[in-house]
Design a protein. Sequence first.
Lengths: 421, 234
Amino acid sequence: MEDGNFLTDDFLRQLINVGEVDILVGLPTHNNAKTVDSIVQTIRTGILSTFPRERAVIINADGGSHDGTPELITSLSIDDVRRASSVYALRTLHVISTKYASTPHSGVALRTILAAAELLRAKACVVISPESENITPEWIPDLIRPAYHDGFDLVCPTYRRHKFDGILMTNLLFPMVRALYGVRIREAYMSEFGFSGRFGSQFFGHNRWNEAAGEDGIELRFTLAAVTGGFRICQSFLGEKNPVERRAADLVPTLRQSVGALFSALEPDFQMWSGVSGSHEVPTTGSDQQLILDPLRVNRKRLRDMFVRGVSELESVFQSILSPSTLGELKRIAGLEEEFRYPAELWVKTVYEFAAAYRKSVINRDHIIQALAPLFRGRVYTFVVENRNGSANDVANNIEALCLEFERLKPYLLEMWKSKE
Amino acid sequence: MREMIVSELTQAVQDLARGFAHYLPRLIVMLILAFVGWLIAYVVKVILRSILRLIKFDRLSESAGASQLLAKAALPSATEVLSRFVFWVTWLGFILLGVSVLGILGLQEQISRFFLFLPRLFVAILILLFGMLAAGFSARAALLAAVNANVPSPRLLSLAVRSMIMVFVLSVVFEELGLAEQTMVVAFGIAFGALMLGLAIAFGIGGRDLARRFLEAKFVHNKKDQDEDELSPL
């Protein structure tokens, strides 16, 4: 069982001063001084306007900011919130900040927040991303209420997104989690989420925190732990999500944290997912996922070039990972003169073969994840081309068809998984 | 005269018989040692082959790039090559032990030199093996990083990384074996220097435009390009 020995004395002192709480809001930060003040004030407004009688605390777990983020958070006055929103607190709303390390790490940040929740015996908790600039006060009750009042253990968010935003989610994480674990969670890799004290305590006590690999992609592992542990899960619609600006170089770290975490979870969860067939919806509050259809400039040529070049340059690497038929088909479509399509069946087989190769460690596991990046760009290209003029229904239907393909080909993964070589 | 010849011949035959009788037990010991050595070497080979298969040595060798080299030279798998090598070294050791029993002058020193050389040989093989692994790993890491960063000529970069590491590893191996140490130091200096000079010339003159594009892509912030390129994956 995990304990709170890794917490600093100063942080423990602050927690003791707070005493027990009903609601805990975790805010992991790293150099977020530009945006964090408005986020903290919005969180305060959300708590004061919806839960004025509850004992609440905001815990900031900072990963070594150099821009004074923690100092800014603790110096913010609650009077500004009262003046701006005409809300009044019946209890003290505490704000505590602790520096968990000199470098940011989402796993350690969540561990710190969970330890605080355990010590303060919080009944419901919520974690908010410091990058969510478009957060509204309603997000707080939307994420807390199902856990605090309705007996849910994990509250996953759903957002209103652009149809081309979050393609890794719609083309890999959502359909694969759905096909393997049997639950249709739109945002399995969560930047904002709510959870019950019961589930938080269970995860804090049983997660293998000391394994470095286990701490990567903790957001996804948290979701999967709720699924495999049989906890009650629901989704809550939060509204529009601003896409985080990303550069080409960010794709590989993102794949490591999300796809790497999913692949590494498949091995310990095998007993669970191997017996699952089909999938079911999880209860969703608010509107279901909505799509924004505004035109968006996408450099398709670059996506195509990087895919074609990746297939050609990394052939020796793919020979260790992919079956000859899948590699042959990839080489064929990469060699097409006209606009190519990376069909759903081939994409699913590619992902499943990567998952099996990851399990067998045919080459270094991090290299396997890196090798997926150019192929993912090829799939992004196809998704963009196929849906550029599509309505919200068309896009939703395409995603649904891909999900069904992931479910249909699950025996293919099982077959590879069970084979020795 | 005739008696003298007969006497000398008899003496010679007796000497030969005595010499043969003197060496026969040693020869038998040598043959026994060779036979026992063959048995032990065979058992060692079988055990080693099983262990190597168990730890998936062929996969390790494949990722190090050694399997491809062996295939090009029409040699069997890395597991087979290593187990056969150990078999021959072990058997040869026993044969030499047997030969030393014969007490042939001059050979003793060579045999003891061979046994003193064995640890260095094994260390050199280990260095070569781990060096090839490190070179294979680094070359693949460089290839993947270059492809994902859209750097020009990723395979060339990967090959350069592999070559640099292998040149260094080979120089260490030869030094460990004590083979042409001076020559190897000079050869290493020349090879490494030539590689660096070649890269400098290729990058500075031959690949002027390439270098400019690379540096621009690296240091000149092209916001428009980035905004258009990447969609938020999560």
